[in-house]
Write a new protein. Structure first.
Lengths: 110, 120
């Protein structure tokens, strides 16, 4: 069963603005990952944060993890039209098993 | 970097026929591959874990006789949708552990581009 819940389900912003997406999960995890999916395509790995980490940065991406609240957030700064995509969080438990959240559809308007 | 190739990228078939989807790891060996299913505007649902040289492990509710998985080599897993029906129409995505996270170096899953199945 899917254990990740994401909000918002859809987010529409203007180019240059920041976009924040949230993810909650239910069980203990080894790590949490964020993926991006362009319409009708496969997933691209963006960033991984381990369960003992609280924050990671990668370029314009910032991820936080709060294991006490079982939640994570993905911040995309200075968004671009090319950032338009669906973003999924995924929690990894044992055996490389990934459980995906419901996803956030981000639209960045030029 | 690690690349996973899926073929075909899209397929249309008649109800009752069987369709085979291939998933290949191009530059690495994958003892384990994963098959997901995704309906429009929904998340990915893990269907099964494909293990090289042994039987696949199916998730609860996934019919193993309906979705046949074969992982005969370290670089190839196939998913066959048998006796396909319109409700099997979906986007099927495979993945394998072969990429690495830029910052931590941890192994992460690399996904294929997906295969869109439409059953008429």
């Amino acid at each position: 069963s899917q254990q990740g819940e994401e909000d918002p389900q859809a987010l529409s912003i203007q180019e240059g603005e920041n976009a924040t997406m949230n993810c909650s999960y239910k069980t203990s995890i080894n790590n949490l990952q964020w993926y991006r999916q362009n319409s009708g395509r496969g997933l691209v790995h963006l960033i991984l944060i381990r369960s003992n980490e609280r924050e990671k940065h990668s370029g314009r991406l910032r991820v936080t993890l709060d294991t006490s609240k079982k939640s994570s957030s993905l911040l995309i700064t200075a968004s671009r039209a090319a950032d338009t995509a669906s973003y999924f969080c995924a929690t990894e438990t044992s055996g490389s098993r990934l459980t995906f959240g419901e996803g956030t559809q981000l639209t960045v308007n030029p | 970097g690690a690349v996973v190739s899926q073929h075909p990228s899209w397929v249309i078939c008649k109800s009752g026929t069987s369709v085979k989807i291939e998933c290949r790891s191009l530059d690495f060996q994958a003892t384990t591959m994963f098959w997901y299913r995704q309906f429009p505007k929904q998340s990915l649902m893990l269907m099964a874990t494909s293990n090289e040289g042994s039987k696949a492990t199916y998730e609860q509710g996934v019919e193993k006789d309906k979705f046949l998985i074969n992982h005969a080599s370290l670089t190839l897993s196939t998913l066959t949708v048998t006796s396909a029906h319109p409700e099997d129409s979906s986007f099927y995505i495979c993945s394998a552990r072969g990429g690495s996270d830029t910052h931590s170096g941890a192994n992460v899953l690399t996904f294929g581009a997906g295969s869109r199945l439409t059953v008429l």
